[in-house]
Ligand binder design. Sequence first.
Ligand code: IMP
Length: 221
Amino acid sequence: MKELVIATKNPDKKREIIRLLGGLRIKVISLDRYPGCPDVKEGSRSFRENAVRKAMAVSRFTGKPALADDSGLETDALNGRPGVRSSRFAGRGATYAQNNCKLLRMLAGRKAEHRGAQFRCVVAVCDYPRLAGTVEGRIRGRIAFAPKGRYGFGYDPVFIVPRYGKTFAQLGPKIKHRISHRARALRKAKKLIVKTAIKAPSRLPQDKSSGKSLISLCPCL
Ligand code: IMP
């Protein structure tokens, strides 16, 4: 069976991605199998660029096709913040609770109609050095006045899905995995995965220093 490495060290995102990829005839491999895999700095201003950088770095290191997700929360009142800085909104190493607390403090005094927000998720699939593509999923909602619910992770306790009038953390995984930004992105990504990791011919052995196929480097072939 063909393999795909999930390029994330965030156990919450990994769990969701693995569940959402269910049904594909593919062996999903966790990055835990590659403890030496270097961290990719998320320095850029776009989810897409971060996702591509992570997928490329992991595919290059592992020698296997890789999928990376870069995601976050954008609020209207804060001009899109925290955005690409979602995981470190309250500082490097901040906990989910600290990030939520900072967000609620910054939105204090704003009425429900001025608390609009969206989750975005960009997924990149690549087989180094080839980028199969990127896809995006979004979901609109609004920020609650206080955290509610016990499921999920990150900003789930403060993100209200208007159709249900409940936060993702109250709705639980069954509903979240049907409608979330990540679910929408991964549904689109399945086509890229099939093209890249399932139907693509097995990789030729590669030269580590140049990244070129050993067969194409061999003058007699
Ligand atoms: P990164 O993609 O690893 O930079 O992290 C994205 C950050 O955005 C996470 O640490 C969470 O704070 C937030 N985030 C992304 N997706 C979700 C989600 O589905 N629920 C709640 N928070 C999320």
